[in-house]
Design a protein. Structure first.
Length: 137
């Protein structure tokens, strides 16, 4: 992500935050020059899946605060989610698409398929870094 994100949101890990992320992402993509529909659609899907997971799995003794940074430049689309939840114990190398009859568990697999890079760090909380290289301009 560039030194300064194009959009920065802060809030509690709740459904309102998901709506705000969708609105901010729509605005960013609409105003990014030469945005390809496929790049926009797949990045939007990945961001939506991670945002939903952050909210759905936000575990902590106190309310979970989330910061979301969204960016777009000539080469890539990026998002960084930082939260104060308990660290998520997940190894992204082991994530795979569940069977057709599974009722959940597809979010990170979808994000991995749509992105060029997905990183998860756990120091104090969680940091999720998403990047999709722009294919067409």
């Amino acid at each position: 992500m560039a030194a300064e994100p194009d959009v920065r949101l802060e809030g509690l890990a709740d459904a309102t935050l998901i709506d705000r992320v969708h609105e901010a992402l729509d605005e960013l993509l609409a105003h990014t020059a030469g945005m390809d529909d496929e790049d926009a659609t797949l990045f939007r899907l990945a961001v939506s899946e991670v945002a939903t997971n952050v909210v759905a799995h936000a575990l902590a003794r106190e309310p979970v605060h989330v910061t979301v940074e969204l960016g777009a430049d000539d080469d890539s689309l990026s998002a960084v989610f930082t939260d104060t939840a308990d660290p998520a114990l997940i190894d992204l190398h082991t994530v795979s698409m569940p069977g057709a009859d599974a009722e959940s568990g597809r979010g990170l697999a979808i994000a991995l398929a749509a992105l060029d890079e997905l990183q998860h760090e756990t120091d104090a909380g969680n940091v999720w870094r998403l990047r999709r290289a722009r294919r067409a301009r």
